[in-house]
Design a protein around this ligand. Sequence first.
Ligand code: FES
Ligand SMILES: [Fe+2]
Length: 348
Amino acid sequence: MNRQSLARLRNRVRPGGVPVRADLAMGGGNRVPLPYPSGWFCLALSREVPAGAVVTRRFMGRDVVLYRTRGGVLRAVDAYCPHLGAHLGAGGKVDGEHLVCPFHYFAFDTEGSCVKTPGGAPPRATLAQYAVRERGKVIYVWHGHEAAEPDWEPSETPDDRFAPAATWSTLLASHPQEVMESFVDYQHQPIVHNVALREVVPPVAEGPLLRISFSAAIRLSVRLATITVDQGVTLSGPGLASGEVTLRQVGTTLGVLLTATPVGPWQTHLRVVVMTDAALRADSPRLRKAASRSVSAVAGQALVRTIAHQMGQDARIWNRKRYEPHPQLTPGESAIDHYRRWMRQFYP
Ligand code: FES
Ligand SMILES: [Fe+2]
């Protein structure tokens, strides 16, 4: 590699304008010790892909194109047209229920089959698809090792009664396993975040789910409330963690989602989504509903700010640490050991 291309690599700019240092992008050393895990990974919020939209997202070193037909069918497909390789996210259009390539106007149906060309019978070309799901107005794409078909569903995430009320995201020089490990690393909480946290019971693995029960008192960044998080969180594979936060003082419950999406080797897009449950309030009188909605919105913003602040504290460690395959744990840290054993199922 010559000096110029090395300099280009060092100066890669991530969204938000902060350069990612190439030496850090590999996990602190020149190797990638953890491969991409299998599971469901968040690629967008539903509102980022309205009917008729075609958007590109980076996922595991590749481009994935998300589109939604006029009839509302959401698809995630390989970015490159099987005809002559045009990038479907660079000028591709939705026409009714078809995705149309910008280069020669080949049209693909929602099964990925080429169904129309301007110049004669369509070839038997198929656009590769990713399994895609929408839960609680968030879009997840599947990555599997052996089979492309998912063998579990992201069912533990908030359902469609919930909708994102406040979000925050950042790009990390890290890996989803490292990010999610912080939920079982209880010892760093008082040191890094000044949060008192107590394990309720050890993590319980249920196939691809890991239920982590802790109790923590977290002060929101506005003088709204000190909240007690006592339900813990559920990890659904390495890509998402979900939980609920009840604000007793204001009588509302918020859904909280943390998603970690590998965009490249040792590069992870982290999202925090705070959701409000519209249905819970639907029965109340209109005034109470409006008041409650605005309280939820304010609480949602405050909670996102609080979590974002904590993630910023973690990021200082994550962006510079290396993966330690043989951690030297104390007896009080068996949750990390549990977590690591549970995590093994997501690698080939
Ligand atoms: S490259 Fe897509 S239609 Fe030709
Ligand atoms: Fe943390």
